[in-house]
Unconditional design. Sequence first.
Length: 221
Amino acid sequence: MVVVATHLDASTERIINYLNHHVQIAINALFFSAFEDAGNQYLSRAWMIDPIESTERAVTKARKEPWNGEFYVSFRQDRPWEDARRLGYIAGGGGSWYSKTLGMLSEGDRVWVNIPGQGYVGVGIVTGERCRAEQYRFSTEIGEKTLLEVPLVESYSNLNADAADDEAEYLVPVRWLHTVDRDKAFSEVGLFGNQNTVCKPTTPKWRHTVNRLRSVWRVAD
């Protein structure tokens, strides 16, 4: 099943994700955009979820296995990964659906971080609880500073101290075990992917993904 649109509201996006993740329905959204350049007209398209992955979810829904105790994290492309590597955190926000799953994490949890559309970029150990991003204080060479007070390598447009709690940006501090640049992200066919900021995968694909990352990055169990 495919929903064709120029854009989706947050409610429709949540419904599509729910049906994909929790119900045996292969549903996806296809976005079209028309534009003109130098007298030429173009029509572009983009899938909300990789179409192969969407179909696989419905087929493999019944094939579950015990959770391995390690979390998947989706770190969206519009967030400053280089600063997250340097300071030690993961983040999500812009709506409670994107930020609330960060609350699943507790100190000591292991997280594997994926930038959708690029690949896996890091693995680390959670060192604290979820906190509004602009309020968390990082230990720096010039004392404890917030993200609003330290110079950032990349733009962080999602950071807004005036946002309501439901719309605010949130972070969880992490001690990195291994990270790579965006342009060295690890990606190949068959790796696990998910739209939730944090989730506890119970599919064979997750076990395969973790094993591949441990091997490639030489990360101990």
